[in-house]
Design a protein around this ligand. Structure first.
Ligand code: FAD
Length: 434
């Protein structure tokens, strides 16, 4: 039987987009025959060391929507996406053989689980060139003015080293493939049921009533920046708790790479040129620099970000009392502000930044529970789970990371300040009465 000859494989992981995707850009500009693969890795739906499902239903649904959209967008460029519900190490080697793949292009990752999967695939493949490309940064690691191991331990120092001196790269473009390159694609995107979940509706109180996928991400950007112009008020509203517009809500799309940080950056610049620049337009970029920061911290410190003593090697006493953990998860603590936030997370997979800071501080500093358990619960539930931002922020709040002031949040005072009329608490706490 004649084999299809398609030489260039793009292995999609957390870069599920066609616009400003440098991996896809490199593959399509260098090679003439390109196709893609995405694996819903069963490992991502297993139970973790702390007893949580690694990916809960909210992110699972969002991911399915994302991959559906990616497949359609790629198809517009005559690129096929093969989708499997299999371990990459089981399926990618056989794909390479079937299609005589000679190059694999993928986003460069450095955290342990991603490296383990990659190595398991590599062990089973010979004669393929691997192309690992940084595809997830605002400030590209090849452009910065210090060595990774010299990444400052304090965010402000990091930011000041970059923002005035380093230019953000322009968005990369992809080359449309010839129609003759299309391959027969009988693969099927798994359903929620295939992944072990029941279908569900988005909660009517949800602050994140959006869908997964590049198209939705771009629509949100258009809406938040150019239609409602909420970007112009971001700094004033960003500590909000209720509704879809107090913050950009870009994080779930950024986390799985449906949109790039650069795309957002260049659109802020576009907005500033077309309308005005103010503290708010600057502040959105400021927050994207935080996102980069935690990526540089994980690059610098490797697996220490997952260790109880964190990157500071702090030897605190931590508890693992199951009752305290369950009360936190279910919104049964002594703090009604913490409870409302935890119920929101459980019902929607979303929580505001203000809420996250408070519930994490309460978990680690008030209850003195092993912060990694809280982080693992977030990993399971969050729509926008991102390994670097999650573990970086948890370490920060728990006092084993990059907070030079090692602050503890007073949930009572925070509630009075950010939810003075109790609207947010009422919204979610009434659910716990039924
Ligand atoms: P906006 O306020 O509109 O900000 C724009 C973008 O800037 C965000 O989408 C995000 O990419 C970035 N950003 C903002 N704040 C931070 C921050 N503190 N750290 C890193 N990037 C930031 N964010 C995640 O994306 N994934 C996580 O798993 C995650 N876990 C967190 C855990 C804890 C304990 C805490 C305190 C924060 C965590 N964050 C995480 C950061 C932050 O809460 C979310 O990025 C933000 O709430 C997302 O909402 P938004 O997109 O509307 O943000």
């Amino acid at each position: 039987m004649q084999k299809d000859k398609i030489e260039n494989l793009v292995w999609f992981r957390n870069d599920l987009r066609t616009i400003d995707n440098t991996v896809l850009s490199e593959a399509t500009n260098k090679g003439s025959k390109v196709f893609g693969v995405y694996c819903f890795d069963p490992k991502q739906f297993e139970i973790d060391a702390f007893g949580f499902k690694k990916t809960e239903k909210y992110r699972a649904k969002f991911l399915i929507e994302t991959v559906e959209n990616l497949k359609a967008q790629l198809s517009n460029h005559n690129i096929d996406l093969l989708v499997y519900h299999e371990h990459p190490e089981e399926i990618i080697p056989s794909i390479c053989e079937t299609y005589d793949v000679s190059n694999i292009y993928l986003q460069k990752e450095w955290t342990q689980e991603e490296i383990d999967v990659e190595n398991a695939v590599k062990e089973k493949i010979n004669n393929v060139s691997w192309h690992h490309i940084y595809n997830q940064f605002l400030y590209h690691p090849e452009d910065i003015n210090f060595e990774i191991h010299q990444t400052p331990q304090v965010f402000t120092v990091f930011r000041k080293k970059l923002e005035k001196y380093i230019t953000i790269r322009h968005e990369s473009t992809i080359k449309k493939q010839s129609e003759t390159n299309r391959i027969e694609n009988e693969t099927r995107i798994p359903t929620l049921t295939d992944l072990g979940f029941e279908d569900f509706e988005t909660h009517t109180n949800s602050a994140f009533p959006f869908k997964g996928g590049e198209t939705e991400a771009l629509q949100r950007l258009e809406d938040y920046f150019f239609i409602t112009k909420k970007l112009g008020f971001y700094k004033k509203t960003r500590n909000g708790l209720v509704g879809k517009d107090y913050s950009s809500k870009f994080s779930p799309w950024l986390a799985n790479g449906s949109i790039s940080a650069r795309k957002i950056y260049w659109n802020v610049k576009h907005f500033e040129k077309e309308h005005y620049n103010n503290e708010s337009t600057y502040w959105l970029i400021f927050e994207l620099i935080w996102r980069d920061y935690f990526r540089y911290i994980s690059l610098k410190h490797g697996n220490s970000i997952f260790k109880l003593d964190g990157i500071l090697n702090k030897n605190y006493e931590w508890k693992t009392d199951q009752k305290l953990i369950d009360n936190w998860i279910n919104g049964n603590t002594k703090s009604d502000f913490v409870n409302a936030n935890m119920i929101e997370l459980k019902e929607t997979g979303w929580m505001s930044n203000r809420g996250r800071q408070n519930v994490a501080s309460y978990f680690a500093k008030e209850l003195q529970l092993d912060w990694r358990i809280g982080a693992a619960y977030f990993e399971s539930l969050l729509l926008d789970y991102d390994v670097h931002s999650n573990y970086g922020n948890w370490m920060y709040v728990a006092g084993v990371g990059n907070d030079p002031r090692d602050r503890k949040f007073n949930a009572q005072l925070q509630a009075e300040r950010y939810d003075s009329k109790g609207n947010y608490r009422n919204l979610w706490l009434q659910l716990s009465l039924f």
